[in-house]
Design a protein around this ligand. Structure first.
Ligand code: SF4
Ligand code: SF4
Length: 291
C-alpha cells in the first residue's frame, strides 16, 4: 500500500527560544537523546523491510524540537531519499544547521518544511540558508506563524525569496483571537493560500485518510490516528501497515492544522499542492509565478 508516516521520537529539545513554543531552549538529557537515536534506528530498520512487502512510503519528520542538529536525522534523511520504495522524505526544521550534508540527498525525494522564526535568526541568515537549498535544487517551502507583530518581517522575507519558492503563513488562531478581514487581505498579499489555513474545518464524521493511509508514529512504535486524535490505534512494529489501516470517519469536531486537514479528501488539497502536499509546496508558489 501507499502510506504516509509522520514520525516523532523521544526528542523534545530545540536550539531556538521561540516564545510561543513549549520546547524552546529545552535541553534533552543524554539518556533521552540515546533513546531518540535508538528509536530512529528501529524505525529505519522497519522501513528497510517495507519495500519487500510492496509498500511505498512518504515520511515526514515532525519532532518536538529541532531534529537536524542531530546527526542521526541527517543520516536517516539521506538514506531514505535513496530508497526505491520511498516516495518522499521531508522534515520540519528551523533550518539553522549547516547544510553541506544536503549534497548527499537524492533531490528527487528529499524536501524541507522550513519555518522562519523572526527574533531567533536574522533575515539575512535565514534567507542565506534558503538560497543554499534553492541552489542545490532541493525542494522546500518556507513559512512562519502569522503573529500580528511578524507581518512586516514575513513580508520582507517574501519579497526577497525567489518567486518560485512558496512562503506559507500559519494563521495564528490559538487564542481565539481571529484576524480581521483587513488583516486577512494583507496576509493574502504575502501568502495567496493563507485563507486555506484560517478555518478550523468541521470534520466530525467526515472521511479522512488519517488512520487508513496516513499514520502518526511515535518513537515507541505506538501509532496515533492523527495529530489531534490521540487515541492509539496500534503499534507499527507489532501490527504493520495492514494491521493498522482502516477507514475511519473523523471523531473530532474540527481540524485546523495543515498536517491534518490536508488528508480530508473532501477539501481537495491534493489539487492545490500536488506532489508537494507533504512539505506544503503548492503547484503554484506565487501568483506572479503563473505566467
Ligand atoms: S524553532 Fe520550532 S521547535 Fe524550536 S523553539 Fe521555535 S517553534 Fe519551538
Ligand atoms: S480530519 Fe483532522 S482531526 Fe479528523 S482524523 Fe483527520 S487529521 Fe484527525
Amino acid at each position: 500500500m501507499r502510506a504516509t508516516i509522520y514520525y516523532r521520537g523521544a526528542l523534545s529539545s530545540c536550539n531556538y527560544d521561540c516564545p510561543y513554543c513549549p520546547f524552546s531552549k529545552n535541553v534533552d538529557s543524554k539518556e533521552t537523546l540515546k533513546r531518540d537515536r535508538e528509536q530512529l534506528s528501529r524505525f529505519m530498520a522497519w522501513i528497510r523491510e517495507q519495500g519487500k512487502a510492496g509498500h511505498e512510503l512518504s515520511i515526514f519528520f515532525n519532532p518536538y524540537g529541532e531534529a537536524l542538529v542531530h546527526r542521526w536525522y541527517k543520516t536517516a534523511m539521506i538514506e531514505l531519499s535513496h530508497m526505491p520504495h520511498i516516495r518522499k522524505v521531508a522534515v520540519q526544521t528551523n533550518l539553522s544547521v549547516k547544510l553541506d550534508w544536503c549534497a548527499e540527498l537524492n533531490r528527487d525525494k528529499a524536501a524541507f518544511w522550513a519555518t522562519y522564526h523572526p527574533g531567533e535568526t536574522s533575515e539575512e541568515r535565514f534567507l542565506g540558508q534558503c538560497m543554499q537549498l534553492y541552489r542545490r535544487g532541493v525542494r522546500f517551502s518556507v513559512g512562519s506563524v502569522g503573529l500580528r507583530g511578524s507581518f512586516e518581517s514575513i513580508r520582507s522575507l517574501r519579497n526577497k525569496l525567489p518567486e518560485d519558492v512558496y512562503l506559507w503563513i500559519n494563521a495564528f488562531k490559538d487564542r481565539g483571537n481571529r484576524y480581521t478581514p483587513e488583516e486577512i487581505a494583507e496576509l493574502e498579499q504575502i501568502d495567496p493560500l493563507v485563507q486555506l489555513n484560517v478555518p478550523d474545518y468541521a470534520s466530525k464524521g467526515l472521511a479522512c485518510r488519517a488512520g487508513e493511509e496516513v499514520f502518526y508514529v511515535l518513537g515507541t512504535g505506538q501509532v496515533k490516528r492523527c495529530y489531534q486524535d490521540r487515541k492509539v490505534i496500534g503499534n507499527l512494529y507489532r501490527d504493520g501497515l495492514e494491521g493498522l489501516s482502516q477507514p475511519r470517519p473523523c471523531g473530532m469536531s474540527r481540524c485546523g492544522c495543515y498536517i491534518g486537514y490536508i488528508h480530508m479528501p473532501s477539501l481537495g488539497m491534493d489539487a492545490v499542492y500536488g506532489e508537494g502536499l507533504l512539505e506544503r509546496d503548492p503547484l503554484v508558489a506565487h501568483p506572479s509565478a503563473t505566467g
